[in-house]
Design a protein around this ligand. Structure first.
Ligand code: GRF
Length: 220
């Protein structure tokens, strides 16, 4: 059976991309990473991809007349790569709902909150300010609604007294690095799909809540 072809978009340091590369190299993730794209020429993710021998590209938003033009070119590149699945791993742009439509069901995003809580930015700060006892990360299918697509799986951590934004973000990140490869693995094994508009299906069964990451594994 041919391996799942995966493209990744990232705007930043790329630690989640690195987690995918490491899982693939360890034989735990049967995927081929076919393309890494970014809107930031200096993104660490591009360097990591280059070092791993993965083709990369950068699109500078300033070179496009509109957000939509940027997205059209972005998805043209992704189509051209022959990717089966697209992973948003710290890609900090809002995508055009119409342009992304053909990818619904084969595009996932990792977001650092327990969705539906705290869509958008500054999730760690907002969880701390709200006095939450728990925080976490979610992997969800991407739809036109920002951080609003059906949630596949979550990693949950406790907020400790004295935690600041950075500590919390760092502690969560280690769980993100388990969560994203674990979800992608379910897709690579053809165990996971989206029944539009919003039903996540695992092993043929509709889910009524996100899977949970426990000890590195996804469980009910
Ligand atoms: C992660 O916290 C991810 O959840 C969010 O952006 C951050 C990306 O970090 N969407 P990295 O670039 O993968 O290190």
């Amino acid at each position: 059976m041919s391996r799942l072809r995966v493209a990744v978009l990232a705007s930043g340091r790329g630690s989640n991309l690195q987690a995918l590369i490491a899982a693939r190299d360890a034989g735990e993730l049967p995927i081929d990473l076919v393309l890494v794209g970014s809107d930031k020429a200096k993104a660490g993710a591009l360097q990591l991809a280059g070092d791993a021998g993965i083709p990369t590209f950068v699109l500078d938003p300033k070179a496009f007349a509109s957000r939509r033009d940027f997205d059209v070119e972005l998805f043209r590149r992704l189509d051209e790569s022959g990717a089966d699945v697209l992973v948003l791993a710290g890609f900090m742009r809002i995508l055009d709902g119409e342009v992304l439509k053909p990818w619904v069901g084969r595009m996932i995003n990792i977001h650092p909150s327990l969705l539906p809580k705290y869509r958008g930015l500054h999730t760690h700060r907002r969880a701390l300010e709200a006095g939450d006892a728990e925080h976490g990360a979610s992997v969800h299918y991407v739809t036109a609604e920002l951080d609003g697509g059906p949630v596949i799986a979550q990693a949950l951590i406790g907020i400790r007294p004295g935690d600041d934004e950075l500590q919390l973000a760092q502690r969560l990140l280690t769980f993100e690095h388990q969560l994203l490869p674990a979800v992608l693995r379910l897709i690579a094994e053809s165990r996971l799909s989206l029944l539009p508009p919003d039903v996540v299906v695992l092993d043929g069964n509709p889910r009524n809540g996100p899977l949970q990451l426990r000890n590195g594994h996804l469980v009910d």
